[in-house]
Design a protein around this ligand. Structure first.
Ligand SMILES: Nc1ncnc2c1ncn2[C@@H]1O[C@H](COP(=O)(O)OP(=O)(O)OP(=O)(O)O)[C@@H](O)[C@H]1O
Ligand SMILES: [Mg+2]
Length: 169
């Protein structure tokens, strides 16, 4: 699919930095993912359905939710007053999401890696969000600010053909 004649298109959204507004951002991200994956919403009349069964959409939305949660909970400490600026770039086979906040900065390198052998005794109870995001995406970077800047990127795998030509419904 040629988007703007091959150029990447960019979508901007600013929401208050609390969990109350997360679903608004998620819906925009889900629709942007759908533009890249070519997935079709199964029931377009169901306004409450994010419909992210497509693996690309699911990965993008899951990772975005974790990062949004973290910004609202850890950077803004569940307090009102801060904003989250979201910039989504839709390219032909790639989605990039930048997430900017003015909350507390932290050191991403300081987040302990998951143990390589995971079982019930080593699986942490919390602290999974960043690992989930990194697993789901091709790129997760963070630059402490202010403003703090997250960049999330996912490419459409070669075997997943974009645009509703694949016969999937
Ligand atoms: N945006 C952020 N701003 C400040 N600190 C953060 C941010 N994101 C993560 N952190 C810090 O990194 C830690 C790990 O984040 P991660 O999302 O992996 O786990 P969690 O939020 O503690 O738990 P979970 O996401 O599993 O509910 C957090 O506990 C927090 O200390
Ligand atoms: Mg988290």
């Amino acid at each position: 699919m040629a988007i703007l004649g091959g150029m990447a298109a960019s979508i901007q959204l600013t929401v208050p930095g609390t969990l109350r507004y997360r679903n608004i951002a998620v819906r925009v991200v889900a629709e942007a993912a759908r533009l890249v994956s070519g997935s079709v919403q199964r029931d377009p009349t169901d306004l409450l359905d994010h419909d992210v069964r497509d693996p690309f959409d699911l990965a993008v939305v899951s990772a975005f939710m974790e990062i949004f949660n973290n910004v609202a909970i850890h950077a803004y400490k569940r307090k009102d007053g801060g904003l989250i600026d979201i910039s989504i770039t839709v390219a032909e086979r790639e989605l990039t999401i930048e997430i900017k906040d003015h909350g507390q900065a932290f050191d991403l390198e300081g987040v302990a890696p998951l143990p390589t052998e995971l079982d019930e005794s080593t699986l942490p109870e919390g602290g999974m969000g960043i690992h989930i995001a990194k697993t789901m995406l091709d790129e997760v970077t963070y630059e402490p600010g202010p403003p703090n800047l997250w960049r999330l990127r996912k490419r459409l795998p070669a075997k997943q053909v974009a645009v509703g030509t694949s016969g999937r419904s």
